[in-house]
Design a protein around this ligand. Sequence first.
Ligand code: 5GP
Ligand code: ZN
Length: 114
Amino acid sequence: MSDPDCLFCKIVAGEIPADKVGETEHTVAFRDINPQAPTHVLVIPKVHQPDIGSLAAAEPEAAVALLVEAERVARDEGTGSFRLVFNTGADAFQTVFHCHGHVLSGRSLTWPPG
Ligand code: 5GP
Ligand code: ZN
């Protein structure tokens, strides 16, 4: 359920501070330390799963809760227009292997992403 060496598990446990913008039964949402848009919030499940696929397979209720919370964050903290990004795997620039959705909003976003 949690990994003692995982940075985001420590944020869930309150062992490392984070600028939280929401918490639900299944999720914690907090501002990214290195924001790439005026609104850049990470929405994470409380359970430790490495990525969105493994979360959906193991804990579908938490995966749906993460999507619902991402939409709320985009509405309340951004403009409502948003991008939800799951970098999955090292080649996709995943650096923290605890599932997280990046909610990016508050500016015009370009396409395709790099
Ligand atoms: P990834 O590259 O795995 O998709 O995204 C990890 C994100 O976590 C990065 O955008 C990075 O800025 C953010 N991050 C890394 N360490 C911390 C931290 O200690 N606190 C917060 N709030 N964000 C972090
Ligand atoms: Zn974790």
